[in-house]
Design a protein around this ligand. Sequence first.
Ligand code: ADP
Ligand code: ASP
Ligand code: MG
Length: 438
Amino acid sequence: MKILKFGGTSVGSAVRIKGLLEIVNPSERQIVVLSAVSGTTNALVEIGQAYANRDKQLAKQLILAHKEKYEELIKELFATEEGLKKGKGLIDHHFHIVENFANSDVFTPTEEKIILAQGELLSTALWHFHLEEIQVPSVLLPALDFMKIDEDNEPVVDYITAKLTPLLEEHPANTLFITQGYICRNSFGEVDNLRRGGSDYTASLIGAALRAQEVQIWTDIDGMHNNDPRIVKNTSPIANLSFDEAAELAYFGAKILHPQSVFPAQKYNVPVRLLNTMDPQAKGTLISKAGAEKGAIRAIAAKDGITAIHIHSSRMLLAYGFLRKVFEIFERYKTPIDMITTSEVAISLTIDDTSNLLEIIKEVELFGKVGVDEGQTIICVVGDFGVNTHGYAARVLDAVKHLPIRMISYGGSDYNVSILLDSKHKTEALRSLHNRLF
Ligand code: ADP
Ligand code: ASP
Ligand code: MG
């Protein structure tokens, strides 16, 4: 079994949706995971915000404008009267769900997530109906029947295996299964999602749950590049990456992959291929256990929106248990820490989730003087930097020696050097590193 995921651009128009069959061979056993048509999730986010601000008029306008795009899309997608009628019914149904929140007095994050789910429900059903029209058999599997996260928002792989396996067994003669990326149910059984870009995560989770042969992430670029192509010119695709390297790059900002999407595949050793829908012959990137090229700098990524917290405390001097007490505060507020540096009397650490920052600072202040710097960026350089290698940290630092650096992290793993700097220096840092390291 293979899992193929197509992102928003790959299903971004009627032509692209029809073109999926140029890549998907319907007679091979596979699950195809689709994102929403590009632009849809952003539009749904805006509609949700309008409702949350009690601006029903704006919500209505946004819904109408977006619905029109789908009305145009189905005219191109379906060739028969019957197909078009089905497509129209589908759009009406999903937009009606979104419109209907105008009649409700409550609008909580749960209602918002129901709105966000409509994009993937629409794209998958549209393709399924199109396949039906051209008489290619396919089975639409509702992700809400098997994708689940627990109370800590962690996906439950065993649950996915237990629910998905019998669903597949109901159709022994079918080969092409279609499902929604991104959406899931939470521990209360409510509609939820795997965060923005989550369709990659869906594909990896299904790959893990079914111990698939391979997960393919089809997108609009020919694999993981060695730097952010939106910022740096002349980036190039990387043919092979280890799971660890890919996870590091995804986590630290390489938008091509959802930050958590490597872990499920890695756990069950399912190779992940990043491929280009616009250029299906391109080699792309293979992420696997073997992967890495030895003794080399592989790629650079950047993660914005970072807050650095500096804690200065003479009580730390020669004391044990100090770090635990500090970290426990972050744990209590379920706030992950990304980078840490320490000296004998001070520690600096970074977080990206600031929803409990004020409460955290109040508690940390009991230990000493606290400083906070917002608007920071982590630049992460990934490569083979094992204990027996030398010179890499110096090359990285040399490339950014003209910029003020807030933190440096080296030696945490064998494959990463990270630096923290003010986000206003990010572009220059990425370009300078690219020019000097590659
Ligand atoms: P999809 O909608 O298919 O999920 P995304 O927009 O989420 O696609 O991811 C693909 C985009 O990621 C590319 O178009 C590219 O601009 C961006 N990107 C950022 N960093 C990298 C990188 N290191 N390698 C490749 N693409 C990257
Ligand atoms: N449609 C969702 C988003 O735009 C999920 C995805 O595309 O991966 O974030
Ligand atoms: Mg994506």
